[in-house]
Design a protein around this ligand. Structure first.
Ligand code: GAL
Length: 420
């Protein structure tokens, strides 16, 4: 009798336990909230392509697209920070490979390592060796890169250049001469948008003026922010700014890019997500828009990579892992990138799916010197970048090179490697 009742108790416990476990499993998979800043203008379409595959593969999981508008994540990242502070993480979010990931989220212990997924999916064999250290810390890998973007691209309007007898400039002097001609003809030489696009322009002009080694030195402390060569680079930046549209501060990157394809401006410097936008607008490569490395940066590929993470305490961890598995898959990357205007992070993407610009980017990625972007999270952690951004805001109004350099020396000391 006693034995029987023990048996019954054991069976009941097992039944209850299995109900609880299945319930939890269900809760872990019934939805997934993915956070990004891809809401429009070429950005959303790429994300939508991946969401469509996700929904086909996991029809029982509700996909919650928690994208917050604003290029380069300016607004989204503030919203994310507030949520993380309130201990309310989405199931996965977009983060840039490099210091944004390692120096910010990993440093704050907000992410789970993903080595198990890399092993399970065999990703180490297909993800670029250069990228793995930028998403790793102490042997742990913390994100799944979906793409490689190029930052140092200058887009131009071929018809406007032809009408003004201008050849595509390859160095800063040729660029200045071209922009003088355009300005004299009453055309906006260079379209720019809100402040982050000015930072983007600045980093490419720094690269074009300093070259890859000295540019890299800015981020590891071996190039002095207060030096004469950096002063010359900022003098160049001041001159470049003098060719930009007066209403820059109120334009998004899409607005600025559109000035070029609409024939209102000759050049704009923007990452290759602009290609996704131009295609979405129905524009034709090499006819409606051309591209070239930002003058002075030929042979250098200034890169960034969008990746997705698994937060500690993801509310729907299993579904988040399904999302990450898709992000790292060949199928996911080859659906996302041709639309987004980026090349796959994986080395085995199907080249024939990519247009003429992206094929050229694939070639350059394979052969150029690769350096990282500031604006898009590779070379500086958030606090350093924030300090640079504050100094830049002032500089854009006073154009005081010496004052700017002093602020940047201080920023490198307080948040970068110069204080060590
Ligand atoms: C970058 C991001 C790109 C693109 C761009 C403009 O930071 O890596 O994927 O979204 O911002 O919003």
């Amino acid at each position: 009798m006693k034995r029987k009742s023990i048996l019954w108790t054991a069976i009941s416990i097992l039944v209850i336990l299995s109900f609880v476990l299945t319930g939890c499993k269900k809760a872990e998979e019934d939805q997934v909230e993915v956070f990004s800043w891809w809401t429009g203008g070429g950005e959303a379409a790429g994300l939508d392509a991946m969401i469509a595959i996700f929904q086909e593969k996991y029809p029982d999981t509700e996909f919650i697209n928690a994208a917050v508008a604003g290029g380069a994540g300016t607004e989204a990242r503030a919203v994310l920070a507030t949520r993380l502070q309130a201990n309310d993480p989405p199931d996965s979010w977009q983060g840039h490979a490099g210091q944004e990931l390692i120096g910010t989220y990993v440093a704050a212990n907000q992410l789970e390592p993903l080595n198990f997924l890399y092993e399970q999916e065999g990703w180490l064999a297909v993800m670029p060796e250069t990228l793995i250290p930028l998403i790793s810390n102490d042997g742990n890998i913390y994100s799944v890169p979906v793409n490689i973007h190029r930052a140092n691209v200058m887009w131009y309007n071929p018809a406007l250049l032809a009408a003004n007898n201008i050849a595509v400039p390859t160095n800063l002097d040729e660029w200045f001469t071209a922009m003088d001609t355009l300005q004299a003809a009453g055309t906006i030489p260079l379209a720019m948008g809100e402040q982050w696009t000015a930072m983007h322009l600045m980093e490419t002009v720094l690269l074009g003026s300093l070259g890859a080694d000295a540019y890299n030195g800015l981020w590891d402390g071996s190039t002095d922010w207060g030096s004469a060569e950096v002063a010359t680079a900022f003098d160049n930046f001041v001159r470049v700014l003098s060719y930009t549209n007066a209403d820059a501060a109120s334009l998004t990157w899409q607005d600025a890019a559109q000035l070029v394809v609409n024939g209102n401006a000759a050049f704009t410097v923007m990452g290759d997500w602009a290609e996704g936008y131009f295609r979405e607008l129905g524009k034709t490569p090499e006819t409606d828009y051309g591209w070239t490395p930002v003058p002075g940066t030929n042979g250098i590929f200034q890169f960034l990579s969008d990746s997705f993470v698994l937060p500690v305490g993801a509310p729907h961890r299993d579904a988040a892992i399904n999302w990450l598995t898709l992000c790292g898959s060949l199928e996911g990357q080859d659906a996302f990138n041709p639309v987004k205007g980026s090349i796959p992070a994986r080395s085995d993407g199907d080249r024939s799916l990519y247009g003429v610009y992206l094929q050229s980017a694939m070639d350059d990625w394979a052969s150029d010197i690769v350096v990282g972007s500031l604006t898009h999270g590779v070379v500086a952690n958030d606090s350093w970048k924030d300090e640079i951004n504050t100094a830049l805001g002032l500089f854009l109004s006073d154009l005081d090179v010496a004052g700017f350099q002093a602020a940047l020396v201080a920023a490198c000391t307080s948040s970068g490697p110069c204080g060590n």
